[in-house]
Design a protein around this ligand. Structure first.
Ligand code: PLP
Length: 384
């Protein structure tokens, strides 16, 4: 055999017997079969075994299985981002002529999809997140999907998901939940009856602001087939290197969530006592919309809360305050180790609904007293 052939077909290999605690990173596009007959038989559904790298290597499928186990799902599919998970739900549930209900508190880019879905003949209508079972009055003959997101992005309303599910199922409509805030563990989506639970694993599961990924977890075999076949045909695979980062993140998820929960609540309570604050939107505070439902349905709270300032505080003053902070960086996304903040100048509706400028804080793993000192030092910039 010529050395050039040997480069590709060497019989040598590393010695066996290596036992590591870490899941190996299996890369691969082509999967080879025992024989052609074997290849033809394997070319079936994603769950029928390894057929092509797009459908998952062992690293990817291990992560998917772990998310499914945590959420109590029949199966979990991984997607290149949380946004891709949202798109996959629409593609799996809706066709031209359908109607979708989305709470106005849902993740902004989910709302922004409306235009694209409109081009495909799918109408998205917003609803009040606090409707609960009264959502039944909004369901039409062509409603093919109801989204829930609890707490709401930015404004933290807790939805009565079991009541929404009961009303939806009574009319044969599936419910999909964006369960990113709960990391799939602080709220039990499938016990609440949802059909599909999605997460931006980018946030808490990844946990270190260095990877983008989403998950779509399904309740039963019917959804497994529908979401699985849609995902295949739209080519939504994930990289095993990224999956290994999320597998690493999962190992410390419990510790990070516990610390986030404690620190964020401590900061929220401190902020509530400061001058110029109209509301603090945090599900564990008694005046948060849906707080009683949070107490009934959630295992805890996480790293996010928002501050609504009194009307005299201007957007410019909030910007000056934010820019004076040392430990809070301005950035989209959240759920990593570092504290972040964001304001939403494009969302005039927030000022109208809440009566003041809204600032969202994501509390990281920094010492909570250092964070409080940082906020206290910049507070005079608010002019209150
Ligand atoms: C960030 C986020 C997403 C989207 O996740 P990406 O991975 O950034 O695309 C979806 N839903 C919620 C609630 C989010 O916060």
């Amino acid at each position: 055999m010529d050395w050039k052939t040997r480069l590709l077909h060497s019989a040598t290999a590393a010695p066996g017997g290596f036992r590591s605690l870490a899941t190996p990173v299996w890369r691969g596009s082509t999967v080879v079969f025992e024989s052609l007959a074997d290849a033809h038989e394997h070319w079936q559904a994603e769950t029928a075994g390894y057929a092509y790298g797009l459908f998952g290597t062992p690293t990817v499928l291990e992560l998917a299985a772990r998310i499914a186990e945590l959420e109590g799902a029949r199966h979990t599919f991984l997607t290149p981002s949380g946004m891709a998970a949202i798109a996959l739900v629409y593609l799996s549930c809706c066709k031209a002529g359908d109607h979708v209900l989305l709470p106005w508190t849902a993740y902004g880019p989910n709302h922004a999809l409306k235009g694209h879905l409109g081009r495909l003949g799918i109408e998205v209508e917003t609803y009040d997140p606090m409707l609960g079972g009264k959502i039944s009055e909004r369901i039409r003959g062509n409603t093919s999907l109801i989204w829930a997101e609890s707490p709401g992005s930015i404004t933290m309303e807790i939805q009565d998901v079991p009541a929404i599910v009961a009303a939806a199922h009574a009319q044969g409509v599936p419910v999909a939940l964006d369960n990113t805030y709960a990391a799939g563990v602080l709220f039990d989506a499938f016990a609440a009856g949802v059909d599909i639970s999605i997460q931006a694993l980018t946030k808490y599961a990844g946990g270190h602001s260095d990877v983008l990924m989403g998950s779509v977890s399904v309740r039963d075999e019917t959804w497994l087939q529908r979401v699985g076949s849609t995902r295949h045909m739209f080519g939504m695979g994930v990289s095993p290197d990224d999956a290994s980062l999320v597998l690493r993140g999962l190992q410390t998820l419990a510790l990070r969530l516990e610390r986030f929960g404690q620190s964020a609540l401590k900061l929220a309570q401190w902020v509530k006592r400061q001058p110029g604050v109209r509301h603090v939107l945090h599900p564990a505070l008694a005046d948060c919309r849906g707080h009683d439902i949070w107490k009934r349905d959630f295992r805890g709270s996480a790293s996010l809360f928002s501050v609504v300032f009194v009307p005299s505080v201007s957007a410019g003053q909030v910007r000056e305050f934010a820019d004076a902070l040392q430990w809070f960086a301005a950035g989209y996304s959240w759920g990593g180790t570092r504290s972040l903040l964001m304001t939403y100048p494009g969302r005039r509706d927030l000022v109208e609904r809440y009566g003041g400028q809204v600032l969202r804080l994501n509390i990281g793993l920094e010492d909570s007293d250092d964070l409080i000192a940082d906020l206290a030092g910049a507070w005079p910039r608010l002019g209150v």
